[in-house]
Design a protein around this ligand. Structure first.
Ligand code: 0YR
Ligand code: MG
Length: 371
């Protein structure tokens, strides 16, 4: 089997309810720069990464795919995923300009498309190719809620609805308001609303400094917060390590870490408890799996970051023993042939061959902004 065509695309899809905000981002569209890889035996694989739908930036990713990676892929066997990951990711000119960021996001999209082909060629969903099981229970917690741009009454209504009507057994809310006391008020109101038995997480999206995170984070235990996510600037290893020792609430991070080396550094100094590896930031399935194994070796759970890249993460969670919880953000959901679906608080295990990344033709026609 040989790769004969590499064709990038960029989906821009509206987020739920016009606009969402966390402490750091305010967005109305989600972006999925991705790639379609065709083979000489008629199989087609799809992979993508996630962005804030800023077209000039998204084009940096797709031009890396089209101009740098495509020539390295044409004629290769797409099933040789480890070899191709190395060939692209360690291609000296790429290694020189970007071991994370744009080139790495582009490599994610390519790697996922290759695994999609590999699973389609085997005639099984990716989770089965990776050794997973139909019996695996993957809990969903709702993150398409708790937004910082929502007033208190909407926050509370949505928390109640998530739990009582939609069946989620866990939810996450954003913190990082201009006045952190407002965050504690919102947290208190949400905990009262959902009662003591629902998992509740908070996410500061990297906003706070260490004193703020210690001062306010130490109150989170009063509300039985399961984890405090991205409290500090993403790369601040020593800060997270100090925070993990200073407060009782456990630390989650990883959605802005790009490499196995980044995760090793955080994990080995115990600066993280819930490992939020994201296969669309780490370079694909290949590097995600290495991080998940690393977490397993330290007896840490992987709570994969999803953004809204549920399709591929559901496959991984159904396979990897360290991962049994995933956030739920359905912005891209309708774009796919077999959309990730939650029932009674748990994800349904997908059945179609591949990585779950095959878009509907109509979605490509409607949302592809790469002309
Ligand atoms: C906006 N999940 C997150 C949104 C979300 C972000 O970038 O996607 O809040 O990915 O932090 O845990
Ligand atoms: Mg987050």
């Amino acid at each position: 089997m040989k790769i004969v065509r590499v064709q990038p695309f960029i989906l821009h899809v509206p987020v739920t309810g016009n606009e969402i905000a966390d402490s750091t981002h305010r967005i109305d569209f989600w972006g999925a720069p991705g790639v379609m890889i065709e083979t000489d035996n008629g199989l087609t694989g799809y992979g993508y990464t996630g962005t804030h739908a800023h077209l000039p930036t998204d084009k940096l990713i797709t031009s890396c795919i089209a101009e740098t990676y495509a020539p390295l892929l044409i004629g290769e066997d797409p099933r040789e995923t480890l070899y191709l990951w190395q060939k692209l990711g360690r291609f000296p000119p790429v290694q020189w300009v970007g071991r994370s960021g744009i080139t790495h996001l582009a490599l994610s999209a390519v790697d996922i498309a290759l695994w999609d082909i590999k699973a389609k060629a085997a005639g099984v969903p990716l989770w089965k190719l990776l050794g997973g099981s139909q019996q695996k229970r993957v809990m969903a917690y709702n993150t398409d809620g708790g937004w910082l741009n929502w007033p208190l009454d909407k926050l509370i209504d949505d928390a109640r609805c998530s739990v009582e009507e939609r069946g989620f057994q866990g939810i996450k809310i954003k913190v990082g308001s201009p006045d952190p006391n407002d965050d504690l008020k919102r947290l208190d109101a949400v905990r009262r609303t959902i009662g003591p038995h629902i998992q509740l997480m908070v996410d500061a999206n990297g906003r706070w400094d260490l004193p703020t995170a210690i001062n306010y984070g130490r109150h989170f235990a009063d509300y039985d917060v399961l984890w405090f996510e991205e409290p500090l600037w993403y790369d601040d290893l020593a800060g997270h390590q100090a925070l993990a020792q200073a407060i009782r609430t456990l630390i989650a991070l990883g959605e802005q870490l790009y490499t196995l080396d980044n995760f090793r550094d955080f994990i080995q100094v115990r600066a993280v408890h819930f490992v939020q590896a994201d296969a669309t930031r780490l370079a694909g399935i290949t590097e995600w799996w290495r991080v998940a194994d690393l977490a397993l070796a330290f007896r840490l759970p992987v709570a994969a970051h999803v953004g809204d890249m549920m399709q591929v993460h559901l496959q991984l969670a159904a396979a990897h023993p360290a991962c049994s919880v995933l956030e739920y953000i359905p912005w891209l959901r309708e774009c796919f042939e077999e959309p990730a679906t939650v029932k009674d608080g748990y994800y349904q295990i997908p059945q179609q061959p591949g990585a779950g990344t095959t878009p509907r033709h109509a979605a490509l026609a409607q949302f592809n902004v790469l002309k």
